[in-house]
Design a protein around this ligand. Structure first.
Ligand SMILES: N[C@@H](CCC(=O)N[C@@H](CS)C(=O)NCC(=O)O)C(=O)O
Length: 222
């Protein structure tokens, strides 16, 4: 039996969370090594395991993988969540990149001071409601299918549900003007692998707290 993918990152969401979601959505078990101390990060670097001196790092299939987007697309292709042809694949890429842009704004929020955070939340909510969510509502409306691409569960669906849940953590009512996205959320949440990942005790990580922020700042020295 092939070894489980091994994920090296902080004990929190950050750039690794979408990788966790994608593995979980694909029904793949994984192990995690949490970086708690600067020395762990330095050791990975000194051992030449971080291609550009950065995490996430995923060890799998005899490779040491870095660069989040590359890891995600490898996983999507490997686990058959990346469309049936190049045209579906590029649509999945577009949808994923849009949601990643939105999610990165939210992930960075926790590293800002309280005043900046308030301003940023307002901006993120404005962009979520006027730029990102309408796009996905329209996609679902136009094709009338259950999934975003090719009427088949894909990486794009997994990325979108992760993004929806992150935005809802900021404003619980955010989907009130998006009925098809509401139904999408319910549908995707009930896919067995996703349902399992949403249960308490799974490897899904909570929203960042001060300890997480302090650990990341300590390890990366900023
Ligand atoms: N393009 C990279 C960026 C990775 C990145 O910035 N990782 C941060 C932690 S989330 C890091 O390791 N920073 C250390 C550094 O850049 O020196 C990716 O998407 O994986």
């Amino acid at each position: 039996m092939a070894a489980k993918p091994k994920l090296y990152y902080f004990r929190g969401r950050g750039r690794m969370e979408s990788i966790r979601w994608l593995l979980a959505g694909a029904g793949v078990e994984f192990e995690e090594v949490f970086l708690e101390k600067r020395e762990q990060y330095e050791k990975l670097e000194n051992d030449g395991r971080l291609l550009f001196g950065q995490v996430p790092l995923v060890e799998m299939d005899g490779m040491e993988l870095t660069q989040t987007r590359a890891i995600l697309s490898y996983l999507a292709a490997k686990y058959n969540l990346y469309g049936k042809d190049l045209k579906e694949r590029v649509r999945i890429d577009m949808y994923v990149d849009g949601t990643l842009d939105l999610m990165m704004m939210i992930a960075l929020l926790h590293f800002k001071n309280p005043e900046e955070q308030e301003e940023n939340i307002a901006l993120i909510m404005k962009k979520a409601k006027t730029r990102y969510l309408p796009v996905f509502e329209k996609i679902l409306k136009d094709h009338g299918e259950d999934f975003l691409v090719g009427n088949k569960f894909s990486w794009a669906d997994i990325q979108l549900i992760e993004a929806i849940l992150m935005v809802e953590e900021l404003r619980a009512s955010v989907l009130s003007d998006f009925p098809l996205l509401k139904a999408f959320k319910t549908r995707i949440s009930n896919i067995p692998t996703i349902k399992k990942f949403l249960q308490p005790g799974s490897q899904r990580k909570p929203a960042p707290d001060q300890h997480y922020v302090d650990t990341v700042k300590h390890i990366l020295q900023f």
